[in-house]
Design a protein around this ligand. Structure first.
Ligand code: URA
Length: 276
């Protein structure tokens, strides 16, 4: 029996710790969106199918002007069975070109922060608050800009449906726009990053971290300090997932000991953690 990233049982089908096994291109049956709470507790195949159905609709979205300049809708990427989801702001140039979140310079830094916590990006699910690139055409080129509140509002229902299907245990909001959409309006990233919130409708526990693009804009010791905080906040999220799953397993089977190679949730530098 193999212990997975968050201490789940990788051999049990449908166990949230099991990594994605179906190829992304596997044909998925369309199921209607479900409304009752019980119906939202989906099995592996249903989750994939429901997500695929919402993604299919999002790919044709014309709700706001961003749809006129986008090259691709960047819906989300990764393992929809993951108990941990990262939500960023919105696609930049490279993401718009490739249709995938966090694959440009900010994405590379984010991957370093994940790696420092022994997490590979394909093990978790990554998406954005806004699914199309926000950019203005100026001086012969498209320049990234922050999405407007209207653009964010138009996109909110895609995020809501996505998170409603995945139902993560923990969300990390990458940057302040994501924290505004997922935690609360008026979120102050410099004061409130690294704190836990249990008031979001999207997950039992939510934390916000600095955006890697913000870290990239800094220099020297300041940059190093901000990067360390990004690593620390992602590490706190991983630790919280491990704790929640241990508690859930103990509640279901109180006499079953944890697996011997399972990371100790009380020790952030536990056995599976690597530093880079
Ligand atoms: N910044 C984001 O917030 N999301 C991306 O996907 C890329 C850069």
């Amino acid at each position: 029996m193999q212990s997975s990233l968050f201490g789940g049982n990788a051999d049990v089908p449908g166990d949230p710790g099991k990594l994605a096994s179906a190829p992304p291109s596997a044909p998925l049956r369309h199921i209607p969106l479900l409304e009752r709470f019980e119906d939202l507790v989906l099995g592996e195949a249903e989750k994939r199918a429901a997500l695929e159905a919402v993604c299919g609709e999002a790919l044709t979205c014309r709700r706001c002007p961003l749809s006129r300049s986008r090259r691709n809708v960047v819906f989300g990427d990764g393992n929809p069975l993951s108990p941990l989801v990262l939500v960023g702001e919105g696609p930049g140039e490279t993401e718009d070109e490739r249709g995938l979140p966090f694959v440009g310079p900010a994405g590379r830094l984010l991957e370093r922060a994940l790696h420092a916590n022994s997490i590979r990006r394909e093990q978790i699910y990554i998406c954005n608050t806004v699914k199309c690139r926000a950019a203005d055409f100026d001086n012969g080129r498209w320049n990234n800009r922050a999405p407007t509140p209207e653009e964010t509002d138009h996109c909110q229902s895609w995020l809501e449906q996505q998170l409603g299907i995945i139902r993560p245990l923990v969300i990390v909001c990458i940057g302040s726009p994501a924290a505004n959409a997922v935690i609360k309006k008026g979120f102050k990233i410099t004061q409130e990053r690294g704190r836990w919130f249990d008031t979001s409708p999207y997950a039992p526990w939510v934390i916000a971290a600095f955006h890697p693009a913000y870290v990239l804009r800094m220099q020297g010791a300041q940059q190093e300090a901000a990067m360390n905080l990004l690593i620390q906040d992602i590490g706190a999220a991983r630790k919280r997932v491990i704790e929640l799953r241990k508690a859930a397993r103990a509640a279901v089977a109180p006499n079953v000991p944890n697996e011997p190679n399972e990371p100790d949730s009380t020790d952030p530098d536990g056995p599976t953690r690597e530093q880079d």
